[in-house]
Design a protein. Structure first.
Length: 213
């Protein structure tokens, strides 16, 4: 920026080289006049999503969910998911195998999905109220070994999965197809969950261990 040219930024911050506190104060000053602009930006974003869907179907919208830092819940609702109130999704959010829309996804009130959560919608996924999925958790609803020689021995499998109300999944936990994690259950970081977890239970992955020299 030129030091000789006044800008809106300089007007609201009182000059250049502003501190974080200055920027926070400027943001507060701008908030009352930002409403109409935000509405225009949201309308523009909806138009872009419509074009993305026309061009690439649900994969186009999934790309938007990976790229945006806001409005994940609204985008999911817009394309068929059932999403409750007070849902926290900081993003990015990874959605794969959604088909025509996100209608196989149900997210209850007060759910938190951490950064880089991946949801496979080959089959139905239900995340009940107040459940928390920490960053980089993975929910998988199918297994398909592809067209190679394993296909005859390992045919495709898929089944819905459910995360019960108030359950907690630690960082990097993976839940496989057909599994129910019960209400209030705890899944430790990086655990691989291939069987149902009873309500209130705790499951963990093997911790790192010291190997003798």
């Amino acid at each position: 920026m030129s030091a000789h040219r006044p800008t809106l930024y300089a007007h609201f911050t009182g000059g250049y080289g502003a501190s974080v506190l200055d920027l926070a104060a400027a943001r507060a000053r701008l908030r009352p006049i930002a409403g109409p602009g935000q509405a225009i930006l949201r309308a523009f974003a909806r138009g872009r999503r419509s074009l993305a869907y026309l061009r690439s179907g649900s994969e186009g919208i999934a790309a938007q969910l990976r790229a945006t830092t806001a409005d994940h819940a609204a985008i999911l609702r817009e394309y068929g998911a059932s999403v409750g109130e007070d849902v926290s999704i900081p993003g990015p959010l990874q959605i794969v195998n959604a088909g025509n829309d996100f209608s196989r996804l149900v997210i209850g009130d007060g759910v938190h999905l951490g950064t880089d959560v991946l949801i496979d919608l080959a089959d139905a996924v239900t995340i009940e109220a107040q459940a928390t999925l920490s960053m980089r958790c993975t929910l998988i609803t199918h297994i398909d070994v592809g067209p190679g020689p394993l296909r005859e021995r390992r045919p495709r499998e898929q089944a819905p999965l459910r995360i019960g109300a108030g359950a907690y999944l630690g960082t990097g936990a993976t839940v496989l197809h057909g599994v129910t994690v019960g209400e209030g259950a705890t899944v430790g970081a990086h655990a691989l969950v291939a069987k149902d977890v009873p309500p209130g239970a705790t499951v963990v992955s093997p911790p790192a261990r010291l190997v003798p020299r």
